[in-house]
Design a protein around this ligand. Sequence first.
Ligand code: ADP
Ligand code: TRP
Length: 331
Amino acid sequence: MASPSQPTSQKKRILSGVKPTGKAHIGNYLGAMRNHVNMQDDCENYIFIADLHSLTTVKNKAELHSLILDLALDYLALGLNPDKAVFFRQSDVPEHAELTWILNCLTPMPMLELAHAYKDAVAKGIKEINAGLFTYPVLMAVDILIYKPDIVPVGKDQKQHVEIARDLAGKFNRIYGDVFKLPEPYIPEEVAVVIGTDGQKMSKSYGNTIEIFASDKDLKKQVMGIKTDSTPVEAPKEPDTIYKLYSYFASEDEKAALLERYRAGGLGYGEAKKLLLEKVTETFKPFREERERLKNDLSYVKDILKRGAEQARVIASRTKAEVWDKTGLSI
Ligand code: ADP
Ligand code: TRP
């Protein structure tokens, strides 16, 4: 008999989380948020705000509040429909933290020593690496496994974490008996790594982002700040950062036309940036307007998260009961 916390419909169940840590950018949008929203029509969709994960770095109450609400606003403005998707906050579902302890007790330390967030912190020489950062992948594994999703859409940088989730699921199942499903990561290849204004991976931590909800003024500053080489206006050019970013939002014809202008010479980087700016502004304008509207109704936004948590807890509490049963905690 199918376990009660297995997906009940024919639709595939997808799950993903985003950590509220700053202003959403084109990399987050293309690598994660847009895919989550697009999948809501064909899949049983669980999307959550990973606020417990933010606590590894954010230590200020007011800051955490606004980061959480900002991310909720971003998703809703981008079209996440709470009637189609279960949208919630990780901390509203206590089973995430509870099951993390269980999986912590199955996680070999060397596995975590290889995890990239921890390794990066060590490489940077950060002295006070907290245990939360060290066990970050275990909490993420639980986030995933608790809902038994088929697919976990993430950016390439999160693939390792999904693999850790699979390893831990397999280990639990072998030791205690089958509870968890092994999830598949879904990483759309063309947007696996969106590059930033300096040519390396776009990331809040590198200060090279183009923010999707920035004001016109800031957006202009970010786009015009894209680093270019010193090829003169008249010279033919190879597709560069500007072209790559443009191509994410342009039609095939528009892309071909810009490529032709690059190859022909006579197109300066300044003009190419203006074309990109127009594209980005046009793409995100309706989302920005919707976000402004929602900002005036935060109690509506909070209600959505509360309702989502109630729905998520139905599944999370069933998985917890199975885990309690298998491990011997339920007597
Ligand atoms: P950041 O590096 O800016 O802090 P996060 O780590 O918060 O971004 O990433 C949130 C989501 O967006 C993750 O699923 C991540 O894989 C995706 N993502 C972040 N940056 C990029 C990028 N440059 N290209 C593709 N996906 C990205
Ligand atoms: N670690 C992810 C990030 O930094 C966020 C996250 C937390 C997540 N739990 C998850 C993503 C579960 C997918 C599934 O982006």
